[in-house]
Design a protein around this ligand. Structure first.
Ligand SMILES: O=C(O)CCC(=O)C(=O)O
Ligand SMILES: [Fe+2]
Length: 573
């Protein structure tokens, strides 16, 4: 009963605690709102483009069955989207960067004036065509919402029909047909609206703004495909609705293949793995302790034997030395972002490599961290994704330490229940794969380093975040691996005595989210140590030589990696 209570309290805070910056922002906003003289209209969101703000609130209202209220927002979203496309297009005609011109093959790269003009025009058209994609991509996202404009029109005609605006419903349905003349759903809806309306209304046609948009876009596509066929230029059509007749026969086959390639999903699948996961485990000297069935779920596993006790010792020492290096520069550990009753120290691979270069931790430890993370990746891929490569997207050595004298009557968790790649809503059991969640995470791994602490077991719950379905006791060399979605809500019981250290690793199928810092750290550790060795003693205590894990604002100036860039601070949790 008590555990359930803990979980309920913790679940309520999951969202905010998992997003500390968000929380900070909210607190600041609340403070400003209370200040005298500040009025609600003083707040303006300068970050979210207006079409997204309108789109999101329109969808939200639709979700609440408020079609009447949603309509003005949906209409605004469409108009703002079109305006956004226009302003993007206007930017396509500016002066060209010289370098770009040289890089581009095909028309314009050689030859005379006509070729140069053609080349320039083609680049303008290519750029204009990309504007829809740009508009359809949320800030911070890598991929556009597919078919952004037609899908807005579909929502519009349905919402208009719901509130009885049949003419407007028809205009919007007819506009969908401009993109997809054969769209059965739109045709059916149109027939239905027509019969409800009674006699035909003369002059009822698709929306003018959409008509203009489609005609212009088709004109551009025609030219771009022509150039592709006859001048050898490239064109990646961003739209799925381009009529087949526009695409020259000779290019169709190739384009169909390209269209199917969603960059996110389609790394070429590896040839059938040569070794079965069982062989990989055997090779690594690892045993499968619990599979998904034994853990009461899907896509979860407990593997043992990934580390020797000596290796655990080296990694624990690494965490300790790194924390002490931080403490020496005036940074004395901080409270966990998840609970006020524990300290929390996190070490990234790059930070470990930098500390090793600075002589604050052992190079052996930093190297082992890299090696072990690769070991986990190999095993996770072999076990869960043998035909599709997994990449590490983030590696974090995390220790949680119980704060003495603050453990009585503790009601909270060391880590509230959450899923790793989506925002869990315990009320509905749904998990929203959208920011602020790290949506590109596909598999999670926790490699434990010790068991000499009290509490701190990992547990999996049902999507309600309350009912515990499985528990795992950490121990040296034990890996818990699982898919990062809503099927695996998990949390950590309070650590009530001692210090619990684990290597948390997240894997992704998306190559563009591969952990860059891993490679940087590897390079840093491979370089022969030169200047770093001189004068270590006298400079050890000066802040400028101690790349310690402070919060960003307190980072000492002058700590740079070998490329001369200041090290980045990663705070993914
Ligand atoms: O340390 C653990 O066992 C779990 C941590 C976790 O779930 C996370 O960092 O997302
Ligand atoms: Fe997690």
């Amino acid at each position: 009963q008590l555990k359930k209570l803990d979980l309920a309290a913790a679940a309520a805070h999951t969202f905010f605690v998992a997003n500390p910056t968000h929380l900070q922002m909210r607190e600041d906003m609340a403070k400003y709102r209370r200040m005298s003289g500040v009025r609600p209209q003083s707040f303006r969101d300068l970050e979210t483009p207006p079409h997204w703000a309108a789109y999101d609130s329109g969808l939200e209202l639709l979700g609440r069955q408020e079609a009447g209220l949603a309509l003005p927002r949906l209409e605004e979203a469409l108009q703002e989207s079109l305006a956004q496309v226009e302003s993007c297009r206007a930017g396509c005609e500016g002066p060209e960067e010289h370098q770009r011109e040289e890089e581009e093959e095909g028309a314009g790269s050689q030859g005379g004036l006509y070729e140069a003009i053609a080349g320039h025009w083609i680049r303008v058209l290519q750029c204009r065509q990309r504007c829809v994609e740009e508009t359809a991509t949320r800030p911070g996202r890598s991929f556009p919402v597919p078919d952004f404009l037609p899908s807005q029109l579909r929502r519009l005609h349905e919402a208009h029909a719901q509130v009885g605006n049949l003419s407007q419903a028809m205009e919007n349905a007819l506009s969908v047909l401009l993109f997809y003349p054969e769209d059965e759903a739109a045709k059916d809806a149109l027939n239905q609206y027509q019969s409800q309306l009674g006699e035909p209304r003369p002059g009822l046609g698709p929306r003018e703004d959409i008509q203009r948009f489609v005609l212009r876009s088709l004109g551009e596509k025609r030219q771009l495909y022509y150039a592709m066929e006859h001048l050898g230029t490239s064109f990646k059509d961003p739209d799925p609705w381009t009529p087949a007749a526009f695409i020259p026969e000779t290019l169709r086959e190739k384009l169909r293949e390209d269209q199917e390639q969603r960059p996110w999903d389609h790394e070429p699948p590896q040839p059938k793995p040569l070794t079965d996961w069982k062989d990989v485990l055997l090779l690594e000297g690892v045993t499968l302790t619990q599979d998904a069935r034994q853990l009461n779920g899907s896509e979860r596993a407990v593997l043992d034997g990934l580390l020797t006790p000596a290796e655990c010792g080296v990694l624990l020492q690494l965490a300790k030395d790194a924390a002490e290096a931080g403490a020496r520069s005036g940074y004395r550990g901080r409270r966990s972002p998840h609970t006020a009753h524990e300290h929390f120290e996190g070490l990234t691979v790059l930070k470990a490599a930098q500390l090793a270069r600075a002589g604050a931790v052992s190079t052996q430890g930093a190297k082992l961290l890299l090696e072990v993370s690769e070991r986990v990746r190999t095993l996770t891929q072999a076990y869960f994704s043998p035909e599709r490569p997994l990449h590490l997207s983030f590696t974090h050595l995390v220790c949680r330490t119980a704060i003495k004298g603050e453990q009585e009557q503790r009601m909270d968790l060391s880590h509230p229940v959450h899923a790793d790649n989506c925002v869990l809503d315990p009320d509905t059991g749904e998990c929203w794969r959208e920011p602020p969640a790290y949506t590109y995470r596909d598999y999670s791994g926790l490699l434990y380093l010790n068991d000499d602490f009290q509490g701190g077991d990992l547990f999996f719950t049902e999507p309600n975040a309350l009912t515990v379905r499985a528990q795992v006791r950490p121990r040296c060399g034990r890996l818990v691996a699982f898919s990062s979605g809503g099927e695996n809500p998990h949390g950590v019981w309070a650590v009530t005595r001692g210090r619990r250290c684990a290597l948390a690793l997240w894997h992704t199928w998306a190559p563009e989210h591969r952990e860059q810092e891993w490679t940087e750290a590897k390079e840093l550790l491979q370089e022969p140590e030169q200047e770093e060795e001189e004068g270590d003693e006298e400079e050890e205590e000066t802040p400028s030589r101690d790349p310690s894990p402070e919060p960003p604002g307190r980072r000492p100036q002058g700590v740079q990696d070998k490329t001369g860039k200041p090290p980045r601070v990663r705070e993914e949790l």
